[in-house]
Write a protein that binds this ligand. Structure first.
Ligand code: ZN
Length: 508
C-alpha cells in the first residue's frame, strides 16, 4: 500500500533514529512528541494523515514518544506506514483486485490441498476489515467505497441492515479471536508505563490490542484480586463493551479506549489510587469504559428535537447518558460478563450508584452545575468526605471524556476531525429534517480553529484549572498541553481571519 518499499522505509528510519540518538534522548522533553513523530513522518516521507507504527526487532509494537529508548545497529526499530494517501494509487480497484486474487488463490489451494490454510483465512479477514474501515469513513467517499451505515439510514433498508449486521458479527468474532490469542502474551513494561501517561498514542493500536491493554489496566490496578474477577469473565465483559460501541466517526470504541486510558493515567499520576477506596477506583475505570455505550452519533439536543425513542423513554432527561448506563448494566446482568458477580450486595449497590452518578455526569448540559459544585468544595477538599469524593469522581470522568487536547497534537488533531465529521453529520440531518441546527454542528458556519478556541477557553481551561488546584502535578501533564493547543488554534484562527479580510480587500 505504501508508495515506498518497506526496506527503504526501514533503512531511512533507522538512519534517522541513529541521528536522534546522536543528539541524546535525555535532552528531549515530554513536549517533544510532535517532533519525534514528525521526525518519523519525515523519515517515512509520510503526510500528517498517515498512521505510523513502530516495531522492535522482535516484532513488538512500540509507542512513538520521547521516552523511546535509543536503538542500535543490532536492535533496530522497524517503521511501517499503516494507512497512507490512497488517492494516487486507485485504492478501490486495488482492494477489489486483492479480494478477487485471494478468492482465486483460495480456490486453487483448495483444489490442490483439499482445505484452506489458516494464513489465507487470516489474509481474507484482513482485507475484509480494511475494506470495512474504508467503507465507514465518510471523508473518503471520493473513493466510491463509503456506505452510510448510520442507524437512521439503515432503518430505511432492513435487508441491507441485516446483511451488515452479519458482517459486523463476523468482524466481532475475528476481534475476539485475536484478543483472546494475544491476551496470553505479556505486555512489555515500557507499554505498561506509557499507558499511565497522557502521551499514549491510541492511533498505533488495533482493536484486539486495545482490548488487551484494557485488560492490563484492570490487572495492574489489582481489581482481579480485590473483586475476585475471573480472567475469562473480564475478557467477556471487555469484549461485550467493545461490541456495544457503534461504528461512527467519534463516539466509537477508540474514544472509549482513550477516555479509559486517560482515567487510568489520572489515577496513577494523581496518586489517587492510594487515597480512594478500591471500589471507587473500579467505579472510575468502569464508568470511563461504559460512558458512551451504544452512542448513535447524534447528541441529546437532536434526540429531544427529533423526539427519538431514547428521548421518549427518558423523558428528555439526559437520554444518551441514561442509555449508556442502562446498556452497561445490561452487560453486567449477564452471568458470563458480570465482573461484579462476586461482590457483596452492599458493594454492588455502592458501585452501581457510583457508575450511574459518573456516567450521568458526562452530559455536558450539566457542566456548569458540576464544576461549580467542585469549585465550592475544592478549597476545603477532604478525601474522607463522601460529598467531596463524589464530585471529584464526576470531575475525573468529565476531564477524561474531553481530554483529547491534553494529548500531543499529533494524537489530538485527528480526533478533532472525527468529532467535526460526526457534528456535521448531525447538522446535515437537522437541516434535512427541518430541525433547529445545533450552532457548532453547522458545516457552513464552523471552522476547525474557531470551534476549538472557544471550547478550550470556556470549557476545557476552567475545568482543567480546577482539577490542577487539587492535584498540582497535573499542570505539566494536562494543563500546559491544553494552553499550547489554545495558542495553536488561536494563531490558526487569526491567520484564517486575515486571509478572509485580505480576500475581501482584493475584490474588485
Ligand atoms: Zn465520551
Amino acid at each position: 500500500m505504501a508508495k515506498w518499499s518497506e526496506q527503504s522505509l526501514e533503512q531511512t528510519a533507522r538512519l534517522k533514529m541513529l541521528k536522534v540518538r546522536g543528539c541524546s534522548y535525555s535532552s528531549v522533553t515530554c513536549n517533544d512528541l510532535c517532533n519525534v513523530a514528525d521526525l518519523f513522518r519525515a523519515a517515512a516521507e509520510a503526510s500528517p494523515h498517515h498512521i505510523l507504527k513502530l516495531y522492535k526487532a522482535n516484532g513488538s509494537v512500540v509507542n512513538i514518544s520521547p521516552m523511546l529508548e535509543p536503538n542500535s545497529q543490532d536492535s533496530y526499530y522497524r517503521l511501517e506506514v499503516v494507512a497512507s494517501d490512497l488517492q494516487s494509487i486507485g485504492v478501490k480497484s486495488d482492494v477489489d483486485n486483492m479480494e478477487s486474487r485471494l478468492c482465486h488463490l483460495e480456490t486453487k489451494v483448495q483444489q490442490d490441498a483439499g482445505n484452506t490454510p489458516e494464513i489465507i483465512d487470516n489474509l481474507k479477514s484482513q482485507v475484509e476489515s480494511f475494506k470495512r474501515k474504508l467503507e465507514s469513513v465518510k471523508h473518503l467517499s471520493w473513493m466510491g467505497l463509503f456506505r452510510d451505515e448510520s442507524p437512521q439510514q439503515l432503518s430505511k433498508f432492513p435487508a441491507k441492515a441485516k446483511g451488515l449486521q452479519l458482517n459486523i458479527e463476523e468482524e466481532h468474532r475475528e476481534v475476539r479471536k485475536k484478543f483472546l490469542n494475544m491476551s496470553s502474551l505479556r505486555v512489555i513494561e515500557e507499554v505498561r508505563q506509557q499507558l499511565k501517561t497522557p502521551m499514549f498514542d491510541n492511533w498505533q493500536w488495533e482493536e484486539p490490542e486495545m482490548l488487551v491493554l484494557l485488560q492490563v489496566m484492570f490487572t495492574d490496578l489489582d481489581f482481579l484480586t480485590v473483586f475476585h474477577i475471573e480472567v475469562d469473565v473480564l475478557q467477556n465483559f471487555l469484549f461485550e463493551v467493545y461490541c456495544h460501541y457503534n461504528n461512527i466517526p467519534f463516539h466509537n470504541f477508540q474514544h472509549c479506549f482513550c477516555v479509559t486510558q486517560m482515567m487510568y493515567g489520572l489515577i496513577w499520576l494523581t496518586d489517587i489510587w492510594s487515597k480512594l477506596d478500591p471500589m471507587d477506583l473500579l467505579i472510575l475505570l468502569t464508568s470511563a469504559l461504559c460512558h458512551d455505550l451504544d452512542h448513535p452519533g447524534y447528541s441529546n439536543v437532536y434526540q429531544i428535537n427529533a423526539q427519538t425513542d431514547l428521548a421518549l423513554r427518558y423523558n428528555d432527561i439526559s437520554p444518551l447518558e441514561n442509555h449508556h448506563c442502562a446498556v452497561a448494566f445490561g452487560i453486567l446482568a449477564k452471568e458470563e460478563s458480570n465482573i461484579l458477580k462476586h461482590v457483596t450486595t452492599e458493594q454492588y449497590k455502592h458501585i452501581r450508584a457510583g457508575m450511574i452518578r459518573c456516567i450521568l455526569a458526562t452530559d455536558m448540559a450539566r457542566h456548569n452545575e458540576i464544576l461549580n459544585k467542585f469549585k465550592s468544595v475544592q478549597p476545603v477538599f477532604d478525601f474522607r468526605n463522601k460529598d467531596h469524593t463524589e464530585v471529584l469522581m464526576k470531575i475525573m470522568v468529565k476531564v477524561s471524556d474531553i481530554s483529547n487536547e491534553a494529548r500531543p497534537m499529533a494524537v489530538a488533531e485527528p480526533w478533532l476531525d472525527c468529532l467535526l465529521q460526526e457534528f456535521f453529520n448531525q447538522g446535515d440531518a437537522e437541516k434535512l429534517k427541518g430541525l433547529p441546527v445545533t450552532p457548532f454542528m453547522d458545516r457552513d458556519k464552523v471552522s476547525k480553529p474557531s470551534s476549538q478556541t472557544s471550547f478550550i477557553r470556556f470549557v476545557l481551561l476552567p475545568l482543567f484549572t480546577e482539577i490542577t488546584k487539587l492535584f498540582p502535578c497535573l499542570e505539566q501533564h494536562i494543563l500546559e498541553p491544553v494552553r499550547r493547543a489554545l495558542e495553536y488554534y488561536s494563531d490558526l484562527e487569526r491567520a484564517t481571519q486575515q486571509e478572509a479580510a485580505a480576500a475581501v480587500a482584493n475584490k474588485p
